[in-house]
Structure formats: C-alpha cells, structure tokens
Design a protein around this ligand. Structure first.
Ligand code: PLP
Length: 403
C-alpha cells in the first residue's frame, strides 16, 4: 500500500494537483506569516468580518469567556453533555431568526452529514444543486438517500425534475447553498420559494455558511436580505466562517429538532461542542448582528473589485465577497497564485476535485480588512500576463510581472 500511495502522490505532484498543509506560523491582524517569515495579506480566509483577526475583540472576548472554563463537554448531548449553555445558544438563535427552534452541531460538516439522512425515508427525494458543498453530498451518499442533481442554479432544469418525479414521492427536498463557496454566486431564493408555493410537496434546505454575518440587515444571511426566512424549511449555517469560531446550526420547526435528537447520528454519536465554545458562539453571534458598518464596507469593496475584474476581462462568477478568478489549468493557476504572492497577497489555487477539471481558479475571499487598492493593482498587473495561455514556467511569469 505504501508504494501505491507514494506513486499516486507523485502523480498528483506531476499534475500540479498535490495538496499540502501550508505552514502558517502565525496570523496577525489580516496578515498571514509564512514559514520563511514573509507576511502576506490573507485572501484565503473565511474570517469575513475580521473578527478572528481582531486582537482587541479577541482579548475582550477572552475576558468574557474566562468565566466559562469548561473546555470539554466530555460526552454527547444525548448522554451527559447537554449543558444549559447549549439551550441558551439555541434559544437565542431561534429568537433572532424568529422561528420555532434551533439545533447546534459540533461543526457545519457534522450538521450537513447528519440532518438530511435522518429526516429522509424511501418516500423522500432530494434534488440537489450540482455545486452543493461536499458535506451535503457526503450526507446524501452516507445515508443512501434518493437524490438527483440539477445543473447549477438552473431552475428550469430543477422544475423539469420536480415534474418528472412529483407523483412518485411524497416529499421533495431541494438542497442549495445561498452563496456558493467556490463560485461566489447566489441561489435564486425568491424563485425557489415561488416553486415551493407552486409544488406543495417541496421543501427547501438552504446552507448559508458563506452568507451568515455577511448578508441581511442584521447578518442573518441571504434569506434575511430577501425577507424569506419563514419560507425556508431548513435554514443552516456555520460558526466557522464570519463568526470566527466553530459549530453548525439549523433553524427549523420544533418537530424537526425533536426528530433529529432521536435520529441524527452525527449529533447523537459525537461529543458535544465544548461549553466554552458554545458560550463564545452566543457572544459572537450577538456581536455579529450589530456589525452593519463592517458588512456594508465588505459588500461595497466586493462590488468594486468585482467590477474591476469584469472590466479587465477576467472570468468570474461572483455575486458576493467571494471572487473566483477562473484560470483553467491547474498549472497556470499555480503560477498566478505565485505571482500574487510576490505582490503580497496570499491566495489559494482551487483545483479538482473541489472544482471541475479545466475550471481551476484563484479564489479571492474578501474580508472586512482586505487591502482593496492593493488587490485592484495586483489583478491589473497579472492581467497583463493573460491571455498568454502557454505560460510555461515561473521565470517567464516573474519576468513578465517585472517588465
Ligand atoms: C457551504 C458549506 N457548508 C458547510 C461547511 C462546513 O462547515 P464547517 O467548516 O463548520 O464544518 C462548509 C465549509 O467549508 C461550507 O462551505
């Protein structure tokens, strides 16, 4: 086995597809320090509101959470791990979203892995957008759910599938992300809600992992921005991105929560999140709702950079603070990433299997503290290199940058 693994890794390396754990020695403010001591602006983070990098905030919150020193829950919530802080956090979430109930999970991955498989039975069909996050797909596969995928954001295709299967199932759940993590585009929630009204068997499962904190008047996500919270049956998100923490949450009806407590294996068979983490989540969630200025700044900066990308002729699918620059081959993408590094920007290449072959991209993930002007000047500079599709090596690229 060792020889086979080694051979496969060597092949990945040859194809510029090898992943490794990049050595990050520290993160100070919005800067990331690499092993060689270089400090770069971090454009790969999901710390959209800058909370994780805000040392004052972190210091203040440390003082608050010190009163809550339980670092481990030491058992599942179904055993002896259901500390009052979990109930408090969930009550706050339900109150904020003005819905019946909320349920939290150790991570967004656990949440998506467990929920749909627990709820579905042989009469449930799931229609999933082609680009849903791996955690949802893993949940569908793990539980042998009946599912079909519709072309990304293609609601005409979705409706054809609904019509095809409508009489064969008693429940149809449509699974989408509100803002897609790799394309930065949005689901058309208004149109989805219209479909739900047209086809009463339809339910909506919307993952707001990349919209919580960023969209909506009080940061509750795209469903809040569009006034549709009450129309979404399963509204989910994570504490791991804009909230600079960890954990997942589901906003739902009480009956769904009760059912999941009895059937959701990723909730039942895993140690509950540490109480200190739940306490932090409660504080940061409340704090996030008031961060209107940060949200406005992030969204206007995103719009300016998006416009610039389009004017320069870069291909991007973005409708948000996530701005992919679609390059094509893995090799070219790696070279552009290296060029941006030279200019002081830390970005990551996104390659298969995360995205389709030939759709490799640089993903600019903007945060409140991103250096707007430097980003604009850098994307102008690297554009001078395209459409040189046959960039053959880094030296050529570096020479061209300096030229
Ligand atoms: C859309 C989406 N859902 C869920 C997750 C998983 O969340 P977590 O990182 O909290 O496990 C991610 C993380 O990348 C995501 O992008």
């Amino acid at each position: 086995m060792y020889t086979r693994l080694k051979t496969e890794l060597e092949l990945l390396k040859k194809e510029s597809m090898l992943r490794s754990l990049a050595p990050v020695t520290s993160i100070e403010g919005a800067m990331i320090s690499l092993e060689n001591g270089r400090k770069l602006h971090n454009l790969s983070s999901n710390d959209y509101l800058g909370l994780g990098a805000d040392s004052l905030f972190q210091e203040a919150i440390k003082e608050q959470v010190q009163s809550y020193m339980l670092t481990g829950s030491t058992s599942s919530r179904l055993m002896a791990g259901n500390y009052p802080i979990f109930e408090e956090l969930e009550a706050e979430l339900a109150r904020a979203f003005r819905q019946e109930s909320a349920l939290t999970f150790v991570s967004g991955y656990h949440m998506n892995l467990g929920i749909i498989g627990a709820l579905a039975n042989s009469q449930t069909l799931i229609l999933a957008d082609k680009l849903i996050h791996a955690s949802m797909l893993d949940g569908l596969r793990l539980h042998n759910c009946k599912f079909e995928r519709f072309r990304h954001n293609d609601l005409a295709h979705l409706e054809r599938l609904i019509q095809k299967y409508y009489t064969g199932y008693s429940e149809i759940v449509v699974m989408v992300e509100s803002i897609y993590s790799m394309d930065g585009d949005k689901a058309n929630l208004q149109a989805l809600v219209k479909l739900k009204k047209k086809y009463p068997k339809l339910m909506l499962y919307v993952d707001e992992a990349h919209a919580i904190g960023v969209r909506g008047a009080t940061g509750l996500g795209l469903a809040e921005e569009e006034g549709l919270i009450k129309d979404i049956d399963f509204l989910l998100g994570t504490f791991g991105k804009a909230l600079a923490s960890q954990g997942g949450y589901l906003i739902c009806k009480q009956v769904v929560k009760d059912y999941l407590i009895n059937h959701c294996r990723s909730l039942i068979f895993s140690t509950a999140m540490p109480p200190i983490r739940a306490y932090y989540n409660l504080i940061v969630f409340k704090q996030m709702r008031a961060m209107t200025k940060e949200r406005e700044h992030l969204n206007s900066m995103s719009e300016r950079i998006r416009k610039e990308l389009k004017q320069l002729g870069w291909e991007t699918t973005s409708q948000s603070h996530i701005l992919p620059i679609i390059i094509g081959s893995a090799e070219d993408t790696m070279l552009y990433v290296q060029a941006l590094k030279e200019m002081g920007l830390y970005t990551l290449a996104v390659r298969p299997p995360t995205v389709a072959q030939g759709k490799c991209r640089i993903r600019l993930s903007l945060t409140f503290t991103s250096p707007e002007d430097l980003i604009i000047s850098s994307i102008r500079q690297i554009k001078k290199l395209s459409p040189h599709k046959n960039i053959s090596n880094l030296n050529t690229l570096n020479k061209a940058i300096k030229h």
